[in-house]
Write a protein that binds this ligand. Structure first.
Ligand SMILES: *Cc1c(COP(=O)(O)O)cnc(C)c1O
Length: 360
């Protein structure tokens, strides 16, 4: 505590990201990174941006990242998305931070599930926004009827994190129709691993904003690129806040790499299909080991074991060099979130669990 701190800083409880260990040989299944490398075209595009001794790095990047917005709009052209309907930022975490400032700060409290991405309450405390946590059902599902109260906006992850549960497009549509006065933010960080994007609904609902990231399904967590798609009025609100804060959130290398990633559909398809196949295989193997496995549409599984304490299990795995995510939080403190790794990593995990679990 310092007397030089602002009163805001005294009030903050920052987000705690999953561990990024310095040890090289760990089996890292704790932050939902992609086990496969990004498209080779990403590497080539970044190398090209650095050509001629890095000449171009002398110059500021395009503050509007127009090339990237075009690549994103082109990717969703079948839904009739124009460049003016796309916003880009330094990771979707930054996009979300701006969303809270630009679209979710109103007089009424905003609504989000009691179990969801734990950054949402952190943004609320940063921006001084009241919120109400709406409980998920017993089986960890979002029930849209539970959001039928006056509110300053609604945000949830779909598939939800850390549960992996998917809400159908029909239910999202129903929520949008029931709440025309509220902005509804759908954080689709994991949508490419098993869901259909609500971007299809954007042109029918001026109150819908869909947020994506290149960190998971495009294997680019280290490049820091995220984006949002919605009505141009919503995008303008984000641009106004962004241009009051940092005009150049995406650097030249990030823009070049992200454009290449959005353009390589083949690599994207192959890697996401591989992750989904591994998820089904790992899910069955964990069931056989006695785990309760929630159905997942994401690149992770949310599991519990009736005979084993989750925190202890996580600690024992860690002793064997395997890290998974455990949340010390009511309702889910007996669950573990396990990222889908490469097939070799999944095999290492299963072997370790066979050694650890009672009676195995
Ligand atoms: C990973 C994740 C993000 C953040 O993604 P970045 O683009 O890496 O900042 C946002 N929302 C959810 C639900 C996530 O799981």
């Amino acid at each position: 505590m310092s007397r030089y701190w602002s009163s805001l800083v005294h009030r903050l409880t920052p987000y705690v990201p999953g561990e990024q260990p310095k040890l090289p040989h760990l089996v890292k299944l704790n932050t939902n990174e992609n086990p496969y490398p990004p498209s080779p075209r990403v590497v080539a595009a970044i190398a090209e941006e650095m050509a001629n001794g890095g000449q171009s790095l002398r110059l500021y990047p395009d503050p509007n990242a127009e090339l990237l917005k075009e690549a994103i709009a082109a990717r969703y052209s079948r839904f009739d998305i124009s460049v003016e309907q796309v916003f880009v930022g330094n990771g979707s975490d930054e996009v979300l931070a701006l969303v809270f400032m630009a679209l979710l700060k109103h007089d009424l409290p905003i609504l989000f599930p009691d179990i969801t991405y734990s950054f949402y309450p952190v943004y609320c405390s940063l921006h001084d926004i009241a919120h109400v946590a709406v409980p998920l059902t017993e089986d960890f599902r979002i029930r849209v009827d539970d959001y039928a109260t006056a509110n300053g906006g609604i945000i949830f992850a779909n598939p939800n994190a850390p549960t992996g549960c998917l809400l159908s497009l029909a239910e999202i549509d129903q929520l949008l129709v029931a709440q025309p006065a509220s902005v509804v933010i759908v954080d689709e960080a994991y949508i490419d691993f098993g869901g259909e994007s609500a971007i299809t609904l954007v042109n029918r609902h001026p109150n819908l904003l869909v947020v994506h990231t290149l960190s998971k399904s495009r294997s680019l967590a280290g490049l820091r690129v995220g984006y949002a798609v919605g009505h141009r009025d919503l995008i303008e609100a984000l641009e106004r806040v962004k241009n009051s804060f940092n005009s150049y959130p995406l650097d030249r290398l990030a823009i070049a790499g992200a454009v290449a990633a959005m353009d390589d559909q083949d690599h994207f398809e192959q890697t996401r299909q591989a992750v989904m196949r591994s998820r089904e295989a790992l899910g069955s193997a964990l069931l056989q080991l006695g785990f309760v496995v929630l159905p997942s549409a994401a690149n992770f599984l949310f599991v519990s074991h009736p005979q084993s304490d989750a925190a202890q299990l996580a600690a024992r795995l860690r002793q064997r060099g395997i890290i998974v995510r455990h949340f010390r939080q009511p309702r889910i403190d007996q669950h573990l979130r396990i990222t889908i790794g490469s097939d070799e990593q999944c095999a290492t995990l299963l072997q370790a669990l066979r050694e650890i679990l009672p009676g195995e």
